[in-house]
Write a protein that binds this ligand. Structure first.
Ligand SMILES: Cc1ncc(COP(=O)(O)O)c(C=O)c1O
Length: 379
């Protein structure tokens, strides 16, 4: 299969190519189900909204976390059942709330008085609201709590306001941060959820849904799931609650490889500089937030094992558009490909065509069972 893919790429001379292994998604889904059978995943499509990923996860039985009208439409085109969607953006455009309402989506999130007022102006009765509470893993790659999540001293006012506005609160959610590291934070967040659930009762709200958000990655899932299962047992024993989660990175990170093509080269005093077909305005955009790229893998068979100090630039004229610097690697040539593993999460979804260079529509190859198919990747 690997050889077949490489022949396909080389024979077409494609610039950059994303390889989606849909078998891997199935493997990850089964692993999730085995480790956390009671927690239904609602895939966060913001992480990679590639249609084949959505279709695959839909066939496997996942629901979807959407952040906007466009994401909702994308999912509804594949599965018409609105109960499979959680509209989990705590701060939404009015027109998007109206769109969700028109499409019978009930689950939506809030964490402020103003959002409650906005929702109540549009409709008081249809939504089953979910209160997002604060949770924070300080070591997470993306600390979403900087922006979202109500502090415990704010819950009371939120319940009071919801009561005054005659709104219906059914759930509690949190997100400890994307690319999380510390399993203990789930325990703390579940304990906080329990306290919040108890407070809700004082206002006549009977919470029956807890959404444990995202933060998962493939190499952490065992330890995280253990902490989550143990905490559910500790805090929610004999309480009738539906648990859901919103994993993004867990499903899409490791199922994608990116092939980039070298189209420029310069040698200066035994140092090499290469220009490749993708960079920080493309799939490597997370480097602008301080994330490191994965290690490169080389497709070309090397004639010599000698390594040189090398720099790899992206295709735009911006000097910041650089993937690696002072990296020891063999000498490569124009036309050679460099492969990057684990490139599916928060990559293609945030690309731009800065400098008029197309980085938003790379070629995509899909592996499913023993079959290959390819077409432009548009998210
Ligand atoms: C509300 C919400 N849910 C889920 C996710 C997905 O998080 P992760 O990719 O860490 O699983 C995000 C990421 O930003 C988010 O904002």
């Amino acid at each position: 299969m690997k050889k077949q893919i490489e022949n396909l790429i080389i024979s077409h001379g494609w610039k950059d190519v994303m390889i989606y292994d849909l078998n891997k998604i199935e493997e990850l889904y089964k692993k999730w189900h085995k480790l956390m059978p009671k927690i239904r995943p609602f895939y966060a499509i913001k992480c990679n909204s590639n249609i084949e990923i959505i279709k695959k996860l839909n066939n496997l039985g996942a629901g979807f976390d959407c952040a906007s009208k466009d994401e909702i439409s994308k999912v509804l085109n594949i599965n018409k059942n609105p109960d499979n969607i959680a509209f989990s953006n705590p701060c939404k455009y009015e027109e998007d709330i109206k769109f969700a309402l028109k499409n019978d989506i009930k689950k939506t999130v809030f964490d402020s008085v103003e959002e409650l007022k906005k929702i109540s102006k549009i409709n008081r009765s249809k939504f089953e609201l979910i209160l997002r509470i604060y949770a924070n893993d300080k070591k997470a790659k993306f600390k979403l709590s900087k922006k979202y999540g109500a502090y415990d001293y704010e819950w009371k006012e939120l319940f009071e306001t919801a009561k005054d506005l005659n709104l219906n609160i059914k759930g509690i959610s949190f997100h400890i941060g994307s690319g999380a590291e510390d399993k203990k934070i789930y325990k703390k967040a579940l304990k906080d959820s329990k306290n919040c659930l108890e407070l809700a009762k004082n206002y006549g709200y009977n919470i029956d849904l807890i959404d444990i958000g995202g933060g998962f990655s493939e190499n952490k899932i065992e330890e995280f799931s253990k902490s989550i299962n143990d905490s559910i047992e500790e805090y929610f024993k004999n309480i009738d609650i539906n648990f859901i989660a919103e994993p993004g990175r867990y499903f899409s990170e490791t199922c994608v490889k990116l092939y980039t093509r070298i189209f420029g080269k310069k040698e200066r005093k035994e140092k090499f500089y290469y220009w490749v077909s993708d960079g920080v305005y493309g799939c490597f955009n997370c480097q602008l937030h301080g994330e490191y790229p994965p290690s490169p893998v080389f497709l070309t068979k090397m004639k010599s094992s000698k390594k040189y100090n090398s720099t790899i630039f992206g295709p735009t004229c911006d000097n910041e558009d650089q993937i690696l610097e002072n990296f020891n690697m063999p000498e490569l040539n124009i036309g050679d490909y460099i492969i990057w593993n684990n490139m599916g999460a928060y990559t293609i979804v945030a690309c731009t065509d800065f400098n008029g260079i197309d980085q938003t529509k790379p070629m995509a190859i899909y592996i499913e069972d023993n079959n290959l198919k390819y077409r432009k990747n548009i998210v």
